[in-house]
Design a protein around this ligand. Structure first.
Ligand SMILES: Cc1cc2nc3c(=O)[nH]c(=O)nc-3n(C[C@H](O)[C@H](O)[C@H](O)COP(=O)(O)O)c2cc1C
Length: 323
């Protein structure tokens, strides 16, 4: 399949694996890229720019295909060493960066001077248009159903994607709730040039996370996610567990007085325990409603081949047959 996204990134299939904290290591990025999609290493999971440089080098050993790095711009007081991470990206020969979070404008000149293409992930049409205006090459439009941070507008992809198509000139991929061939064909019909998946790629053989995490996703239904940190305007969609129940209870009790410190233990620094040790009650972790559509743990190659084969059958068979 050829779309503006496959052309832009030099990939075979219009399928991207979004950056994911403590999931997007070299093993997963390489597996997705080797299967013809675009794998992405999560920059900030690497504690220092030097660690990111090593992770990029490891990924180059595992694939000769293009892969990218995610840089998430957090609303924190003590900002990570972004210029250092960008050095690692440029020195590592990376040509694709997925930015997310705050406006990446101040970092674009250096990245783009190094020949890097930028896909910015955002959750609204207005932020997508801003990304286009500051010179991003593409956007990843993340609907309300997505795992992670869906923003505060709560517009699901059935509306958000066609709205993005009405306004944007640069290509975009659909993100949030994407799992299979039906997602891809629907996203293309709504004007996207491909899709970005997070949760679906965690439940794959190569994702270097604990088996408990993969099984929790397969066991979950579309009813099992919750939104935490809404009162702080830092909403995150997570899988329901005991820690999440405690966060929601604290949010209810504190009301307007809620501060990040009240829920810190449940939401900060918990990823290594969950993703690496498989302690599923250790805290809140991002997961999309799409868990309801995930019933197996295939290899990335099996997953991507299945999606592309079934997408072709859907388009040539079911859709064309209706005309
Ligand atoms: C466990 C997990 C961790 C994530 N961490 C990040 C992150 O560090 N940076 C980022 O930009 N997006 C992050 N995301 C969002 C994904 O890149 C992607 O946009 C989202 O998962 C898409 O929704 P889906 O889960 O319905 O496919 C994360 C998602 C999950 C599920």
């Amino acid at each position: 399949m050829k779309t503006r996204i496959t052309e832009l990134f030099g990939i075979e299939h219009p399928i991207i694996q979004g950056g994911m904290h403590y999931v997007g290591f070299a093993e997963l990025a390489a597996a997705v890229s080797n299967a013809g999609g675009l794998g992405i290493i999560t920059g900030l999971t690497q504690k220092t720019p030097g660690d990111l440089a090593k992770e990029i080098a490891r990924c180059h050993e595992m694939t000769k295909k293009p892969f990218g790095v995610n840089l998430t711009f957090l609303p924190t007081v003590n900002a990570p060493d972004y210029p250092g991470y960008i050095d690692a990206i440029l020195d590592g020969g990376i040509k694709i960066v997925e930015t997310a979070g705050r406006n990446p404008a101040e970092h674009l000149p250096r990245l783009q001077a190094g020949g890097v293409r930028i896909i910015h992930k955002c959750t609204s049409v207005r932020h997508s248009l801003k990304a286009e205006k500051i010179g991003c090459d593409a956007v990843s439009v993340d609907g309300f159903e997505c795992g992670g941070h869906p923003g505060e507008d709560d517009v699901p992809n059935m509306i958000l994607l066609p709205r993005a198509a009405e306004e944007l000139k640069i290509p975009f991929v659909a993100s949030g709730g994407m799992a299979d061939a039906r997602s891809l064909v629907a996203a293309l019909a709504m004007g996207a040039d491909g899709m970005n998946m997070g949760t679906r790629f965690i439940a794959t053989k190569e994702a270097p996370v604990h088996q408990n995490v993969k099984e929790a996703i397969v066991a979950a239904s579309e009813l099992d996610t919750r939104l935490v940190m809404r009162p702080l305007r830092n909403t995150e969609r997570v899988l329901k567990n005991a820690a999440v129940d405690r966060v929601l209870e604290t949010e209810r009790k504190q009301g307007e007085n809620l501060k990040f410190e009240h829920i810190l233990n449940e939401v900060a620094g918990v990823y290594p325990k969950i993703m690496l040790e498989g302690d599923m009650e250790a805290g809140a972790w991002s997961c999309g409603m799409v868990a309801g559509l995930i019933h197996d743990i295939p290899t990335c190659q099996e997953l991507i081949t299945r999606i592309m084969t079934e997408a072709e059958a859907l388009i040539r068979g079911r859709l064309a047959g209706m005309l």
